[in-house]
Design a binder for this molecule. Sequence first.
Ligand code: HEC
Ligand code: HEC
Ligand code: HEC
Ligand code: HEC
Ligand code: HEC
Ligand code: HEC
Length: 166
Amino acid sequence: MQSQSLSAAQEMAIDPATCLGCHSNKISAAAFGDSVHGKNGCNSCHIQLTNLPMHMKGEVVVEKVHCERCHKKETSEHYSSVHAHKDIMCADCHTDVHTHRYWKQDKRVVVAKCIQCHDEEAIYQKSIHGTAVAAGNQDSAACNDCHNLHDIKSLGGSRSDRKSVV
Ligand code: HEC
Ligand code: HEC
Ligand code: HEC
Ligand code: HEC
Ligand code: HEC
Ligand code: HEC
């Protein structure tokens, strides 16, 4: 396995420092290095970009990154979720993929992410659960305790029938 990936690396992978030589305007080397993906080369995700002269001529079509190559569990949970059905994919939520840090089960990180698209009326944020989580109480319920993190199902029915219970 190791010799296989070594020879693959010798054939094609490009040193991240080379990529960053041109892309440091958008991606900080330090923040990438400290991120959860800091030990991954750029080509581990951007697998098409192994030929720089062709890349420079714009001859390589850069595909969306396929997170599922490495993250099977979250991929299968997300697959049948309400988000996948609405075309909300991994990178739509994980917009910080080059700088992402471990969330260490801190519920505030989850809430901050989910409310980018939900809870416009701050029903959760004003609730007992929401104020307790915001104050750092990790025993109170956050979005993922009731809806899961990736395996999030449609609630069915029409919105007007519902009363919030948070
Ligand atoms: C010599 C400069 C240079 C180097 C080296 C370079 N790139 Fe680029 N790259 C560009 C330019 C120019 C563009 C197109 C303009 C832009 O989006 O910034 C681009 C675009 C991209 C895009 C966006 C493509 C799209 O269609 O949205 C990605 C992703 C990318 N490069 C990744 C890489 C990776 C990974 C490496 C190293 C393997 C790399 N680049 C090396 C200059 C470079
Ligand atoms: C963990 C996977 C991953 C790694 C590792 C990774 N990228 Fe990306 N990159 C992405 C994703 C996801 C996007 C957003 C586009 C998409 O959905 O594919 C992206 C977008 C980009 C873009 C276009 C950004 C823009 O704002 O236009 C550039 C340039 C780029 N990456 C360069 C790099 C370079 C250079 C490295 C190495 C230092 C790197 N990436 C490492 C996942 C990754
Ligand atoms: C080439 C393999 C690879 C690809 C492709 C990849 N990742 Fe990762 N990812 C990793 C590794 C390795 C870690 C660190 C795992 C660890 O430390 O346990 C990681 C960690 C993460 C974490 C943090 C996990 C945690 O425990 O908090 C998130 C979030 C994440 N990746 C999201 C993504 C997303 C979103 C994509 C697609 C845009 C992606 N990854 C693509 C290899 C990959
Ligand atoms: C609807 C938003 C959303 C989508 C879509 C999404 N994630 Fe996440 N994911 C989160 C949040 C929120 C967290 C926890 C906080 C954080 O890491 O930012 C998380 C955490 C993770 C973790 C760490 C898991 C853990 O148990 O600690 C990984 C790995 C990950 N996501 C990968 C993915 C991959 C791969 C996809 C696509 C198949 C994906 N995510 C799609 C919101 C999303
Ligand atoms: C204590 C459990 C609980 C917590 C915490 C919670 N929810 Fe809910 N949520 C529910 C239940 C139960 C419903 C369905 C209510 C009904 O149908 O009457 C719901 C409904 C929803 C709906 C659909 C209705 C609507 O208002 O659009 C969304 C979206 C939603 N929650 C997102 C979130 C987000 C985002 C968070 C965190 C900011 C969160 N929830 C926190 C239990 C919870
Ligand atoms: C990038 C935007 C985005 C983010 C971030 C996001 N969602 Fe969603 N979510 C949507 C969209 C779009 C839908 C489908 C349309 C709708 O019902 O609002 C949806 C639907 C839902 C539903 C089903 C609502 C129903 O009426 O059946 C729940 C529950 C939900 N999301 C919870 C969450 C939770 C929990 C998080 C954080 C882990 C989260 N969402 C993060 C965009 C997002």
